[in-house]
Design a protein around this ligand. Structure first.
Ligand code: B16
Ligand code: MG
Length: 217
């Protein structure tokens, strides 16, 4: 991967800055239990980076319950799952921020590279507040501000536009397939956080964001 000086680093939230996927999983699992089917950690992988309503559709599919509920019933289920999830993230501690994140943010600030959030989560502001990192961001775009969920590039394009930076000068850090596709569609560099086997479409895969420090020009 070339050593370009990007002007903006856009971060996904869940799975890149903090492991909230485990709390999403527990909340969806409770809902599945109420509906009397088992929901596995492996199935939860498919929900990463996916919007709340799309996640519910996938969950109902895993339980063989697709097409059985009205829109109103599904909205009630999604609300219930969110209440369970919010209960859990209200207790999130700032030491749950992944190691190396603050170090990387400081390197970006030193280089004059803007920091943006591009998350599908409507709970992003609450999570950033709990982690005490809201002040690092030059712009925050979350699930409450976009009309099209990842893999649509809207969330990342908004972040770039808010900062008046061309898409090709942005680099995205993402842990999900949907998010990496969105970054590529936006014409941005897509760095996967995880393992190369799971993220084949990434331009580069690293285990944590601070491993990108040596690539900063
Ligand atoms: P909420 P990200 C995504 O966040 C999560 O990965 C995904 O599991 C979740 O369903 C989605 O946010 C919506 O979250 O229900 O809190 O609005 O990875 O894009 O930061
Ligand atoms: Mg994510």
């Amino acid at each position: 991967m070339e050593n370009i000086q990007y002007k903006c680093a856009i971060f996904d939230l869940d799975g890149v800055l903090v492991d909230t996927a485990k709390y999403h999983y527990l909340a969806w699992k409770s809902l599945a239990q109420e509906l009397r089917f088992a929901f596995t950690l492996q199935q939860n992988e498919a929900l990463k980076g996916v919007s709340r309503m799309k996640s519910l559709e996938l969950l109902l599919g895993f339980g063989g319950l697709s097409g059985l509920f009205s829109q109103e019933e599904k909205e009630q289920m999604a609300e219930k799952k969110n209440r369970l999830y919010v209960e859990k993230i209200m207790c999130l501690k700032k030491d749950e921020l992944f190691p190396g994140v603050l170090d990387f943010f400081r390197h970006l600030k030193e280089k004059g590279i803007k920091i943006a959030l591009g998350s599908a989560s409507k709970n992003a502001p609450l999570i950033l507040g709990r982690l005490e990192i809201s002040g690092y961001f030059d712009t925050i775009v979350d699930g409450s501000q976009v009309s099209k969920a990842k893999p649509d590039p809207e969330v990342f394009i908004w972040a770039a536009q808010n900062l008046n930076i061309p898409c090709e000068s942005c680099i995205v850090f993402e842990d999900s397939t949907a998010g990496l596709k969105a970054a590529k569609q936006a014409g941005m560099k897509a760095v996967g956080i995880g393992t190369p086997k799971n993220l084949p479409m990434a331009d580069l895969v690293i285990a944590s964001v601070d491993q990108y420090i040596p690539y900063l020009a």
